[in-house]
Design a protein around this ligand. Structure first.
Ligand code: NI
Length: 179
């Protein structure tokens, strides 16, 4: 097991299209996922895609805390091998996103609210699920990494991109102004 170095925006590994995994059940993929799990835990993030640890393969891990899900239940750590997503309906939502490859920053991103996710797990089973809300946002953000897309490339309004600490100052000013 190892905590891996995370590539930041600008690194070529984040800009390319990652390759499909040939054999989801291989020992090499299991080892990659173990290292990604350790790296995610160390980072304090909730999702990580293999290109972010300099491995251009279609592998994503994530979890969703119950405080961010629609039913209040935790989505425990999931491994997606060769995930495919399809937007369902036309309803989109704008919300704040951050990324381990843009440390300290956040921005407002519009995404479809509901998606169909198809993927293989580490046992090689093909699974399909319809998901929505923040869970669907996390999956879309992570799957974008497999196609060389970082969230600023999805933003309609780059004026909302900034450092989290500085954005928080603006929110405090607004509160002070309202008081
Ligand atoms: Ni990211």
């Amino acid at each position: 097991m190892a905590v891996l170095k995370i590539a930041r925006m600008g690194h070529p590994v984040l800009m390319g299209r990652a390759m499909p995994v040939g054999e989801a059940t291989s020992g090499a993929i299991a080892e990659l996922v173990r290292d990604m799990v350790e790296t995610l835990a160390d980072s304090g993030g909730i999702g990580l895609a293999a290109p972010q640890v300099h491995v251009p393969l279609r592998v994503v891990i994530y979890f969703v805390p119950g405080s961010r899900t629609e039913d209040g239940e935790d989505v425990s750590l999931r491994v997606l091998i060769n995930p495919v997503i399809e937007a369902l309906g036309t309803f989109t939502v704008v919300a704040t996103e951050g990324c381990l490859s843009l440390p300290g920053m956040s921005g407002q991103v519009r995404r479809p609210d509901r998606i169909r996710l198809t993927y293989s797990n580490l046992e090689g089973d093909m699974l399909e699920e319809e998901i929505s809300g923040f869970h669907a946002r996390v999956v879309q953000h992570e799957c974008d990494h497999l196609d060389g897309i970082l969230y600023p490339m999805r933003m309609d309004d780059l004026s909302t991109l900034g450092y989290v600490e500085e954005i928080a100052k603006g929110e405090q000013d607004l509160e002070a102004g309202a008081a």
